[in-house]
Write a protein that binds this ligand. Structure first.
Ligand SMILES: Nc1nc2c(ncn2[C@@H]2O[C@H](COP(=O)(O)OP(=O)(O)O)[C@@H](O)[C@H]2O)c(=O)[nH]1
Ligand SMILES: [Mg+2]
Ligand SMILES: [Zn+2]
Length: 291
């Protein structure tokens, strides 16, 4: 038996890549269906290779470090959120993606693409995410700038690129790894097809990368105790325990040290405002959790 990682799943057949980068086509053993376990792209598995033209058998799925439902992928270790000079960044989406990734225990980074066009997005990102606990990297996929720094961050990780459609995720992956993924404007029909397309992992030397057709990973519909939300904001951590009320949600309580830090310019007002938006949402879901 051999170990490998599922890089594609289609029509009940799984393509698995082993440590020597050989690929195998497998079927899942019946027990998976019986146990209602669906093998996911990204799963690390134990398998028996097939003989000659025969497909092999997927025997066992090793424990997952992370698991996403949409798209259905396992074991992403790093979420690379991509924004760009244009289209204008959807900062709330950025924060939702970062939150979702951190809840899954993934590392995160923020790549500001199309730096050849205009600096405004990069400056806003540097300002608002300086203390948010992740690298902010300026890149231009088109001019091939900043790519070696970014590539260094990705080595050895299973990376998912996420962000709005049109920010240049596919162009960036192509430029990073010398690939030819489809980029540019896509028709509505194609877009429909893309959203139903199966996820796949691109393996390239030491790199494992997932391109996604503009999806927003992990919509914020998980029910969590709202008091846990602040733990995913590294910039709040230095003020823990300093607010007048305990626990303080850093919402609109008087005597809030995080609010004061924002007034002193130590915390980004934009990040705090968006945090409060997500806090309201989390409280609402928490109240409705038994409905
Ligand atoms: N000016 C400029 N345009 C870029 C850059 N990267 C991508 N683009 C363009 O942005 C558009 C969307 O790129 P694409 O990779 O398909 O975006 P995706 O939807 O995020 O995968 C395409 O027309 C690309 O040529 C860049 O660094 N600079
Ligand atoms: Mg794309
Ligand atoms: Zn507070």
């Amino acid at each position: 038996m051999t170990e490998g990682q599922i890089i594609e799943g289609r029509g009940g057949l799984y393509t698995v890549c082993d440590a020597e980068r050989n690929t195998y086509v497998l079927r899942a053993k019946k027990k998976f269906r019986r146990e209602r376990v669906t093998p996911l792209v990204g799963d690390r598995v134990v398998f028996t290779p097939g003989e000659g033209e025969e497909h092999g058998w997927l025997e066992e799925i090793l424990p997952r470090s992370s698991e996403c439902l949409r798209p259905p992928v396992a074991n992403i270790t790093l979420l690379a959120v991509v924004i760009a000079a244009a289209p204008a960044p959807d900062w709330l989406l950025v924060d939702k993606l970062l939150l979702g990734a951190r809840m899954q225990g993934m590392k995160t980074l923020l790549a500001v693409n199309k730096s050849d066009l205009d600096e405004a997005a990069a400056e806003a990102a540097k300002r608002d995410y300086a203390k948010a606990g992740l690298p902010v990297m300026r890149v231009s996929a088109m001019k091939k700038e900043g790519l070696s720094d970014l590539r260094r961050m990705l080595r050895g990780e299973t990376v998912c690129f996420a962000g709005q459609s049109g920010v240049g995720k596919s162009t960036l992956i192509n430029a990073l790894f010398d690939l030819q993924l489809q980029t540019g404007e896509i028709s509505r029909i194609e877009r429909g097809r893309h959203t139903t397309r199966h996820a796949s992992l691109i393996t390239c030397g030491d790199f494992r990368v997932m391109d996604t057709p503009g999806f927003s990973l992990l919509e914020f519909d998980q029910v969590m105790d709202p008091v846990e939300l602040m733990a995913y904001y590294p910039e709040f951590v230095p003020y823990a325990g300093q607010c007048r009320f305990q626990p303080c949600y850093h919402g609109s309580e008087p005597g809030c040290a995080v609010q004061q830090a924002m007034k002193n310019g130590e915390i980004s007002e934009a990040r705090l405002t968006r945090y409060r938006e997500l806090l309201d949402k989390a409280r609402q879901l928490w109240r409705e959790r038994y409905d």
